[in-house]
Design a protein around this ligand. Structure first.
Ligand code: NDP
Length: 362
């Protein structure tokens, strides 16, 4: 690691001492940031629970295709007035809702761009789920729309806010594992037939777009440089029709200008660990599970001593920290730690990986 990389990592690790962001800005608790949750599926459900545990972030509006059922249920749960339930058709009227500072985009991947652009045009800040969109062209469109509207754009890379991840980054920055040499990472799941994630129209791609993005983003973020050389192999072993539109599995390698190499895998059709390994010249760190909602476990050897650190915090704490970080950025006019540009860089790498595998790109 050169001095510039070290300084960047140190500053970031020091900025995050594990304290929730609202502790640094107590005045915010009297003026919580109001979020509109768009798309009331599984991740929005977690996000709304996360905000309910926060003093600085609050869900104040809902956008849904099912206003009378899901909309009414969540409105009752979180004390949201009926007038603040929107459909996809009436969404743009959110411009007039003074209780909404920002939107949380929890929609299928191919809808992120449209709703980010429409939210920006309605003068609302945007916290958008990963993957940011389904192409680098869309990512650039989102960044431009937010810049023009002078609203902030953050991508929901929740592990950036997890204290165990921050501890790993701090150990690396301390020099205790020496110069970073390589990474290995993976994220695997079994997806049921019929899921929107298995369609190109809504998913934009398969396991890489949805799961592989976790090790990809973590490695780019920690290495603090952009990969330039890729090899990739795409494989579909299940011939039952589940993977007629998107890949089942992807294995890839990336090389960075410094010489750091990374080897990663992901799949929609197998069970496997969610893990990330950082190998240094003097020690190593392993996170397993790495990308789960809680229970991130850090092990390894650093400074000549063993490390075994079970993660602190329970679901939905990563989402609370994420929602509060963006709330702090909005109230203090600071830049999010995981801005739209971070989502764009991942998408450029995803396109390079698909290209290296000889696969079609969205
Ligand atoms: P879900 O299918 O659970 O929810 C998506 C919601 O979007 C639906 O409930 C629906 O809400 C709305 N929607 C609008 N149009 C459609 C459509 N054509 N098909 C399906 N849903 C539609 O998905 P998830 O919550 O799991 O994922 C949403 C996003 O969050 C994805 O981009 C995913 O990658 C990301 N994600 C991030 C995670 C993280 O850890 N950061 C983890 C899981 C997902 P309604 O009925 O209210 O209209």
């Amino acid at each position: 690691m050169d001095r510039r990389e070290f300084a960047k990592l140190s500053a970031f690790a020091l900025a995050w001492t594990g304290l929730p962001s609202y502790a640094q800005i107590p005045a915010l608790s009297h003026n919580p940031v109001g979020y509109a949750a768009i798309g009331l599926g599984s991740i929005s459900d977690i996000f709304m629970r996360a905000c309910a545990q926060s003093q600085t972030a609050k869900v104040t509006a809902l956008v849904t295709g099912h206003p009378d059922t899901k909309g009414a249920k969540y409105a009752a749960m979180y004390g949201i007035p009926k007038t603040s339930i929107y459909t996809y058709e009436t969404f743009d009227r959110i411009l007039d809702n003074k209780d909404v500072d920002a939107v949380y985009v929890g929609l299928p991947n191919s809808m992120h761009c449209e709703y980010t652009v429409r939210a920006a045009q309605a003068a609302k800040h945007v916290l958008c789920e990963k993957p940011m969109a389904v192409s680098s062209r869309e990512c650039r469109q989102m960044i431009d729309a937010c810049r023009q509207a002078r609203v902030k754009l953050m991508i929901g890379y929740r592990v950036h806010y997890d204290p165990t991840w921050l501890q790993a980054i701090q150990i690396l920055a301390s020099g205790e594992i020496g110069q970073l040499q390589s990474f290995q990472g993976g994220f695997f799941a079994q997806l049921p037939a019929g899921a929107w994630r298995l369609t190109r129209k809504l998913g934009g791609g398969g396991a890489l777009m949805d799961l592989g993005i976790y090790p990809l983003n973590a490695i780019r973020h920690i290495a603090a440089e952009e990969p330039t050389d890729f090899t990739a192999v795409l494989a579909t072993r299940d011939r039952g029709g589940r993977f007629s539109e998107v890949e089942q599995s992807m294995e890839w390698t990336m090389k960075f200008p410094s010489g750091i190499v990374a080897s990663c895998g992901c799949s929609y059709g197998q069970r496997g660990p969610s893990f990330l390994t950082l190998n240094g010249e003097k020690g190593y760190l392993v996170m397993e599970p790495a990308f789960n909602y809680d229970g991130v476990h850090l092990r390894g050897e650093a400074g000549g001593r063993p490390i075994d650190q079970p993660g602190a915090g329970k679901l939905p704490f990563q989402f609370t920290l994420e929602a509060e970080h963006f709330a702090s950025c909005i109230r203090n006019n600071t830049q999010p730690e995981s801005p739209g540009e971070e989502g764009l860089k991942d998408m450029l790498a995803i396109e390079a990986i698909y290209k290296a595998a000889g696969a079609p790109i969205a």
